[in-house]
Design a binder for this molecule. Structure first.
Ligand SMILES: Nc1ncnc2c1ncn2[C@@H]1O[C@H](COP(=O)(O)OP(=O)(O)OP(=O)(O)O)[C@@H](O)[C@H]1O
Ligand SMILES: [Mg+2]
Length: 280
């Protein structure tokens, strides 16, 4: 006697209009662990009914759709674990506003070949010129390519390493940052770094990290202070020079020489509200 089909908990009973084929198909999908495909089966069958495709086309559509969902979930996981808080895109970047910026160069960077080639990237420029926007957009692209990106503001990275000194997990934390397939350190020069005489300087920690990654794994940074001011900001001129020396060897350098987009937005808002800017 044939075995009765397995009844899934919560499954709606189906009419046996197809000689049980549909039930068996659902059973196969469940056994194969393809429950998500099962959820979209009705839509695929309706499409097939309407378009009467070649069987190969139908199979490709069904599995292609499933594969795309799996991929999208993996990308979302990558974004979640990357540390990116904002999803900036190059599509949303106003190129006409930042006239001196080489658009072709940035779009070429968006292919991420430089990440594959383990090249570093250093973007400098005044506040509001779009450094973080561009880097965050590149980091998002990298997540979409399923590259294991770790994005952090410099100040948060240094805070994390100081916390490691306090709870004796410094080595573990350093390794975690060092292991990132692509490390993105935003806003060097922004935010107050901790400074205590009995602890290593921020320069020491950043040097340790970047020296570990040097020529082995790519790192990208942005900074709105002059490179000559890194020593003062990080608390050790010699180590800051050593960091910059390594970056000079392996990095693509971009300096954004232009106006602040924040400033532009503020002026536009003021204008929209009928406020006259006396300083202008
Ligand atoms: N050309 C642009 N087109 C569209 N939005 C822009 C552009 N430039 C900057 N922005 C937006 O303006 C804001 C400030 O830009 P961003 O944070 O990239 O500046 P920044 O150069 O990193 O400044 P800071 O040095 O202060 O960190 C962000 O919301 C960003 O999305
Ligand atoms: Mg920034």
């Amino acid at each position: 006697m044939p075995k009765p089909p397995r009844v899934r908990r919560g499954a709606k009973p189906k009419l046996r209009t197809d000689g049980g084929v549909l039930e068996r198909l659902r059973d196969h999908l469940e056994r194969l662990g393809l429950t998500e495909l099962d959820q979209h089966l009705d839509a695929h069958l309706a499409w097939a009914h309407e378009h009467k495709p070649d069987p190969l086309v139908l199979l490709e559509r069904v599995f292609g759709d499933g594969a795309q969902r799996v991929r999208q979930r993996r990308v979302e996981r990558r974004i979640d674990t990357s540390g990116l808080k904002l999803r900036k895109t190059l599509e949303a970047f106003d190129w006409a506003f930042q006239k001196n910026l080489n658009r072709a160069l940035i779009e070429n960077l968006a292919t991420l070949v430089f990440v594959d080639n383990h090249e570093d990237l250093l973007i400098t420029g005044k506040s509001g010129t779009g450094k973080s926007h561009i880097l965050q957009a590149l980091a998002l692209r990298a997540c979409e390519r399923e590259i294991r990106v770790r994005y952090t503001r410099c100040v948060d990275l240094i805070d994390d390493l100081y916390a490691g000194l306090a709870d004796r997990t410094y080595d573990v934390r350093l390794r975690k940052w060092a292991r990132a397939e692509w490390l993105v350190i935003d806003d060097v020069g922004l935010g107050q770094l901790r400074r205590r005489d009995d602890e290593p300087t921020a320069a020491h920690m950043l040097f340790n990290l970047l020296d570990t990654r040097h020529e082995q794994a790519p790192t990208a940074l942005t900074s709105n202070i002059k490179l000559s001011e890194w020593g003062k900001y990080l608390g050790d001129a010699t180590l800051a020079a050593a960091i910059l020396d390594r970056l000079a060897q392996t990095s693509i350098r971009i300096d954004i020489d232009g106006p602040s987009y924040r400033d532009f937005l503020a002026k536009r808002r003021a204008k929209d509200h009928g406020i006259v800017d006396d300083a202008a």
